[in-house]
Design a protein around this ligand. Structure first.
Ligand SMILES: [Zn+2]
Ligand SMILES: [Zn+2]
Length: 242
């Protein structure tokens, strides 16, 4: 990212913080009011409702009160449990896109707090690990929104941040592939850093959005290969298959 763009992003970040991010304004709907965590009770309830009936393993919202979705009945994931705060639509989607593509990095504060609440409800971990960006995204965006979120989560639940995943460039852009293509494209693209010792560890992996679950599962595969006992994953939002 060139210097001009960095300065512009920083200005946008500061302006947006004053426009939306002051204490007392919901970061999703901008409603004024005394909110202690940056998300108003109405938005918070909406998210809870969206995820009220979810698969016990991968967190996919289910129409019928089944315990497990079809994929999890076939036991196809390396991760142990995955949860998301809500569905990738509406205001949550818009907030994530502002954080990710429009330089509004301040949003990682309230959204990171939301993530930490989701994580605390289902897992006990030893460390927080962000999903790394590929080299191409790092070059164009200049920052890793998953790492920003992981920093917030690690601070809120008092766990060390362990930036130990290393990602090779994928062959094709994930957004242009179908579900099966995304899984195949990611296979074997993540590993842990040479120096890390995570034998027997309980690891919490943080990312912004779950699309197919392939990225999280590739991270979980690498972490378990390096000795992690359990891998829990938490994201802000997930897309839903219809
Ligand atoms: Zn709201
Ligand atoms: Zn499932």
């Amino acid at each position: 990212m060139n210097r001009g763009k960095r300065v512009l992003n920083s200005v946008i970040e500061q302006l947006s913080y004053f426009a939306y991010g002051q204490p007392g304004h919901c970061c999703l709907c901008s409603a004024p009011g005394r909110t202690c965590n940056g998300i108003c009770p109405k938005c918070s309830n909406e998210l809870t409702q969206q995820m009220a009936s979810a698969c016990k393993v991968c967190g996919m919202p289910l129409r019928s009160p089944l315990e497990l979705c079809r994929d999890c009945r076939l036991n196809m994931y390396y991760f142990d449990i995955q949860r998301s705060a809500g569905i990738y639509e509406g205001r949550l989607r818009s907030a994530i896109r502002r954080m990710k593509y429009h330089g509004e990095r301040w949003l990682s504060r309230p959204l990171g707090l939301l993530l930490s609440q989701v994580a605390l409800a289902f897992c006990h971990a030893d460390m927080v690990v962000p999903i790394p960006l590929g080299a191409a995204s790092k070059k164009t965006r200049g920052y890793n929104q998953a790492r920003d979120l992981a920093v917030e989560v690690s601070g809120k639940i008092s766990l060390p941040l362990a930036d130990i995943l290393v990602r090779e460039e994928v062959r094709d852009h994930q957004a242009q592939l179908n579900r099966l293509g995304r899984w195949q494209n990611l296979k074997g693209t993540m590993k842990t850093a040479d120096y890390c010792n995570i034998n027997g560890a309980q690891v919490l992996v943080v990312d912004d959005v779950t699309t197919t679950g392939a990225t999280l599962d590739e991270a979980a595969r690498a972490l378990k290969h390096a000795g992690a006992e359990n891998v829990f994953c938490v994201t802000l939002a997930r897309t839903v298959r219809h």
